[in-house]
Design a protein around this ligand. Structure first.
Ligand SMILES: NC(=O)c1ccc[n+]([C@@H]2O[C@H](COP(=O)([O-])OP(=O)(O)OC[C@H]3O[C@@H](n4cnc5c(N)ncnc54)[C@H](OP(=O)(O)O)[C@@H]3O)[C@@H](O)[C@H]2O)c1
Length: 285
């Protein structure tokens, strides 16, 4: 999802982008990583690859760790060896959600699930692998390049009169187009270290669903949905536990890059607009 927004952006900015799929570069294969990176001799390696199926990770722990931890470490070590900067993307799920004010980069992580643990171990291996690293923690991604919550909700709202969505988990939704721009800024300008980035503002999954439906209706999309019902996490049990609160403090990002960050409602509306650009309305997106 992120890579499909980032690659065109980098090309537009004049970078020569070598975008590699899993078959072209399996990051869990250390010798493949070494061969490919040494052949390309990049100025920067951006790791958008990850095992992102948060619930499945509870049953596929080894695979999640192999991609999110060992894979990230392979890239970091090799980037360091060829003198390339490494940009690595991590997650709000490294935190336990027990705070009720936004998480700063230096707050103590304490992941609640396997995905978060594997991503935290990935951060550690990136730091050990190369000094010239940028770790960007982001949250609640959606965008045109993949399956995501916003797309799913709009699609279900086209089929069902009632939907239930959790309202006691709070975070910051992030449009991958905006995260891609943040990757560009940090890659070019920032000193090595950890940076939080999400869209501005705070939302529950219920808020995000509500605004997604409103944005689709504002585009003239006809939806069956009559009632969006707020429910508690305990009413929608999932294999992986999630933080109740995972809003990220973006002061370091804003200070470092001097750029403002769009509010999630604005970002969501741009995304929903893009979903129906050039299409007839009335579908599920
Ligand atoms: N999605 C979110 O809500 C969210 C939230 C916070 C942070 N993040 C982080 O943001 C980053 C981008 O996430 P995303 O949602 O854009 O991810 P995504 O859409 O799930 O894409 C991940 C990509 O990684 C590839 N991949 C998996 N295993 C690989 C391997 N061993 N070697 C090479 N490529 C491999 C996948 O390829 P296949 O499709 O072939 O498997 C897929 O193309 C990740 O680091 C993620 O942890 C995501």
């Amino acid at each position: 999802m992120l890579a499909s927004d980032l690659c065109p952006l980098l090309s537009e900015e004049g970078y020569e982008v070598v975008a590699l799929s899993r078959t072209q570069l399996d990051i869990t294969d250390a010798s493949m990583v070494r061969d490919v990176v040494e052949r390309v001799q990049p100025w920067c390696v951006v790791n958008c690859a990850a095992y992102t199926r948060v619930d499945d990770a509870e049953d596929e722990k080894d695979l999640a760790f192999s991609v999110n931890a060992a894979g990230a470490g392979n890239l970091a070590m090799t980037a360091g060896r060829v003198g390339a900067r490494l940009v690595h993307v991590s997650t709000d799920f490294v935190f336990d959600g027990e705070k009720n004010v936004p998480y700063k980069e230096d707050d103590a992580p304490n992941p609640l699930n396997t995905y978060g643990m594997s991503k935290l171990q990935g951060e550690r291996l990136v730091r050990d692998g190369t000094d010239d690293h940028i770790i960007i923690r982001s949250s609640w991604l959606y965008g045109p390049g993949g399956e995501n919550f916003v797309r799913r909700i709009i699609s279900k709202a086209g089929e069902s009169e009632e939907l239930s969505v959790v309202y006691d988990q709070v975070g910051s939704p992030t449009y991958t187009a905006d995260l891609a721009a943040a990757v560009l800024h940090l890659m070019e300008e920032a000193p090595a270290g950890v940076y939080n980035f999400s869209n501005e503002g705070v939302a529950s999954w219920y808020d995000l669903a509500y605004m997604a439906v409103e944005a689709a209706r504002a585009k003239g999309v006809s939806l069956k949905l009559q009632r969006l019902k707020p429910i508690l996490t305990e009413e929608y049990p999932t294999p992986a536990k999630r933080p109740r609160y995972s809003v990220l403090d973006k002061e370091r990002y804003r200070d470092t890059t001097g750029t403002a960050i769009a509010h999630w409602v604005d970002a969501l509306s741009r995304y929903v607009d893009s979903m129906w650009q050039g299409r007839r309305t009335g579908g599920g997106g």
